[in-house]
Design a protein around this ligand. Sequence first.
Ligand SMILES: CC(C)(COP(=O)(O)OP(=O)(O)OC[C@H]1O[C@@H](n2cnc3c(N)ncnc32)[C@H](O)[C@@H]1OP(=O)(O)O)[C@@H](O)C(=O)NCCC(=O)NCCS
Length: 203
Amino acid sequence: MRKLKLWLFKKGWINIHPDAIVHPTAFVHRTSIIYGGVKIGENVQIGPHCIIGGVCEYPNKRLRVCNNGPVFIEHHTILHGLNTVDGPNEFSTVIENDCTLMKGSHVGHDCFIQNNVTLSCGVKVGGFSRVEAYSTLGLNSTVHQKQTVPRGSMLGAGSFFKTDKGRHFKIWVGSPAKPIKPNQYLIDKLNASINSNTDIPKG
Ligand SMILES: CC(C)(COP(=O)(O)OP(=O)(O)OC[C@H]1O[C@@H](n2cnc3c(N)ncnc32)[C@H](O)[C@@H]1OP(=O)(O)O)[C@@H](O)C(=O)NCCC(=O)NCCS
């Protein structure tokens, strides 16, 4: 059965590699390709024309239909369409829970996208980068390879992030991006949710 499925996948008749694991509650649009070694979690939605896993992009690296190591897309994450998530070159590529990838955003090989991250349309995250929890990357912004976008960052539209002096909960703009002010909107939002979670119900 696996051999038949692999043959069908290679011929392009089915879009999910037999070695991929897709949770029964997840949705994968029929035009999206899921390569081997990909694991898709509970309630994940993969919209049209996405490519998940497969060979990571390196100069002269040939396209192969293969099981290229682990890619994890964890629970409740949404890929709106035209998204690409590369398979790893060395370790694994991970997108954690409750993330949103808007149309045309790309996650490079070996990236680690933490919980509650939003990538707006056209964002490019270079290989081996980490985008920490609650960050939002604005329209068409770019993260240079091997960078860490600190927790709770807002990266302005069209900005280019490359620094080793990251500080949490800041708004970054420009090329190269510099922090201009605290990400007050997010700070207030998280504080509000912490306070409401710790409220003790009366009675
Ligand atoms: C970064 C951002 C959040 C800042 O918004 P803000 O807090 O209202 O800040 P302001 O508009 O007051 O701008 C503050 C300064 O940053 C500059 N700036 C704002 N956004 C910038 C950007 N994307 N690139 C370069 N500079 C930017 C402004 O020119 C201003 O400079 P000044 O103080 O010298 O005049 C916003 O401009 C942005 O880029 N949002 C992303 C929108 C987006 O991609 N949404 C996704 C939709 S799907």
